[in-house]
Design a protein around this ligand. Structure first.
Ligand code: ADP
Ligand code: ASP
Ligand code: MG
Length: 418
C-alpha cells in the first residue's frame, strides 16, 4: 500500500468540528487507496496552558515532569481523532510516542530522535488498520521517560515518520495555505510560493518563521522527504500548497525569497571586558552551561584607553531569547564572582527583535546588505546588531519597528511580484 503522512497543527484540531473536518480529509486519502499515518498537535492553546501550569507550580521545574505534562495535549487529540474516524467507519487507532515507540534522546524539552521502529505500526496495518493517529511532539527516552521535541515539534514528528515509513509525501496541514515570502499576518502583500528550496526554508525557520520547525526541514532535507505545507481549511489536491524541495527543482528564483522575524529577542552587553586571549571562552562557556541560546555576537575592540583599566578593554554584546535573560544574567554574575571574567556593567535591552532576509541568490549577488540597510534607513529604523551568513542577513532592531521593518524589506526586495 502507498503510504501518506498527514500532519495537523493546533488550529486545525482546535475543536470537535475541526477534528471532524480533519477526519474527512483523512478519509478521502484512505478512499484514494492510501494507508495513512496522521500526526496531530494539541488543540490550539492547550500546550501554552500546560506550560503555564508547570511554571506556576515550579518555576525551576524538573524537565522530565515538564515533558510528562506538556506532552499530554497531543494524547487527547490523537484519541479524539481516532474515535471520529471509527465513527465514520475508518479503521483507526491512536498511538502515543512510547507505544510506537518513538525513541529519542533524554534531552528533555528538546529531545532528538534516535529511531522509530516500524514493526508495531506495520503489524497493525497488516491486520487491517487504515489510519495510525500518532501523538506529535513526544517520544520516549532510553530511560523510559516521556520526552518532548521542543515547541512546534509535531512538524518534526511528521517528517521523521515520513522518512521511517518511506511515505509518498509528508503533508503539513495548517492555518495558512502554504509558505509565503513572509508571514502573511504581517503584510497582506506576502506572496505564496509554489516551491521553496530546503536551504532557504531551513534558514527562514531557524530565523523565526514558525510555519515549520527547523528540525523538520533538516530531516526532510537529509532523508529526501517530499514535504508540503497546505491549508486544512480549504479543499486541496496534489498541487495545493507549497512544496519544499531541492534547489534544482526550482526554475526561477530571486536574490531574496523571504523575510523572517523573531519578536522575543534580547540584547545583552558586558561593558569593559578585558581584551585578552580566552575571554570569549570564559564568557560563552558558562552561558552554554546555563542553557542560554546565544545567537548574534559582537565584540568591538575599544581603541580608547581607559585610565582605570590598565590593559586594553572591549565591550561584548550578544543576543538571546528574551525569556533566557534571567539565566544569562545569573551565569555572568556567577562567573564574575568566581573571578573568571571581569566587567563593569551588564546592560540588558529586552525590547529588540530580529529581522532577516533570506535567499540562495545572495551567494552570487553583491549589494544585498546595502539595499537592506537603505530600506531600513528610509524608515528611520536604527540597526543595533548585524550578522550575515552565505544566504541571509539579520539585523537586531527595536521591537516596536519590527512589523514596519518586515514590510519595508518585503517592498525593497520586490517580493510581492512573482
Ligand atoms: P500549526 O499550529 O499548524 O503548527 P503554526 O502556528 O505553528 O501552525 O504555523 C503557522 C503560522 O506560521 C501561520 O499562521 C503564520 O502566521 C506563520 N508564518 C510565519 N512565517 C510564515 C511564512 N513565511 N509563510 C507562512 N506562514 C508563516
Ligand atoms: N503542541 C506543541 C506546541 O504547541 C507541538 C506542536 O504543535 O507542534 O508547541
Ligand atoms: Mg507549528
Amino acid at each position: 500500500m502507498p503510504l501518506l503522512v498527514m500532519k495537523f497543527g493546533g488550529t486545525s484540531v482546535a475543536d470537535l468540528d475541526r477534528i471532524k473536518n480533519v477526519a474527512l480529509k483523512v478519509q478521502r486519502e484512505v478512499e484514494r487507496g492510501y494507508d495513512v499515518i496522521v500526526i496531530v498537535s494539541a488543540m490550539s492553546g492547550k500546550t501554552n496552558e500546560l506550560v503555564g501550569w508547570v511554571e506556576a507550580t515550579s518555576p525551576l521545574f524538573d524537565a522530565r515532569e515538564y515533558d510528562a505534562v506538556v506532552s499530554s495535549g497531543e494524547n487527547i487529540t490523537a484519541g479524539l481523532l481516532s474515535l471520529r474516524l471509527q465513527e465514520m467507519g475508518v479503521p483507526a487507532r491512536s498511538w502515543q510516542g512510547w507505544q510506537v515507540p518513538i525513541n529519542t534522546t533524554a534531552q528533555h524539552s528538546s529531545a532528538r530522535f534516535l529511531d522509530i521502529p516500524r514493526t508495531n505500526i506495520d503489524h497493525k496495518f497488516a491486520e487491517g488498520m487504515k489510519v495510525a493517529v500518532v501523538a506529535g511532539f513526544q517520544g520516549v527516552s532510553p530511560e523510559g521517560r516521556i520526552t518532548t521535541l521542543g515547541r512546534g515539534g509535531s512538524d518534526t514528528t511528521a517528517v521523521a515518520f515520513a522518512a521511517a515509513f518511506e511515505a509518498e509525501r509528508c503533508d503539513i496541514y495548517t492555518d495558512v495555505d502554504g509558505i509565503y515570502t513572509t508571514d502573511p499576518r504581517i503584510t497582506s502583500k506576502a506572496r505564496k510560493l509554489e516551491k521553496i528550496a530546503f536551504e532557504e526554508m531551513l534558514e527562514l525557520a531557524s530565523l523565526g518563521a514558525k510555519v515549520l520547525q527547523t528540525r523538520s526541514v533538516e530531516l526532510a532535507m537529509r532523508y529526501k522527504v517530499r514535504l508540503r505545507v497546505l491549508s486544512s481549511f480549504e479543499d486541496t489536491d496534489e498541487n495545493s500548497g507549497t512544496l519544499v524541495c531541492d534547489e534544482d527543482e526550482i526554475m526561477e528564483s530571486k536574490v531574496i525569497n523571504g523575510v523572517a522575524y523573531s519578536r522575543e529577542e534580547a540584547k545583552i552587553t558586558l561593558v569593559t571586558v578585558e581584551d585578552k586571549p580566552g575571554i570569549s571562552a570564559a564568557i560563552f562557556a558558562p552561558l552554554a552551561d546555563a542553557g542560554v541560546n546565544v545567537d548574534m555576537i559582537v565584540q568591538n575592540i575599544s581603541e580608547k584607553n581607559y585610565e582605570d583599566h590598565p590593559g586594553s578593554v572591549t565591550d561584548m554584546t550578544f543576543s538571546c531569547p528574551v525569556n533566557q535573560v534571567a539565566r544569562a544574567r545569573k551565569a555572568m554574575e556567577e562567573a564574575k564572582a568566581a573571578g573568571h571574567i571581569a566587567y563593569d556593567e551588564l546592560i540588558v535591552d529586552s525590547e529588540v527583535a530580529k529581522v532577516s532576509v533570506v535567499g540562495i541568490g545572495m551567494r552570487s549577488h553583491a549589494g544585498v546588505a546595502a539595499r537592506m540597510f537603505k530600506a531600513l534607513a528610509d524608515e528611520n529604523i536604527n540597526i543595533k546588531v548585524i550578522s550575515t551568513s552565505e544566504i541571509k542577513i539579520s539585523v537586531l532592531i527595536d521591537r516596536k519597528y519590527m512589523e514596519l521593518a518586515v514590510q519595508a524589506l518585503h517592498d525593497a526586495f520586490k517580493l510581492e511580484a512573482a
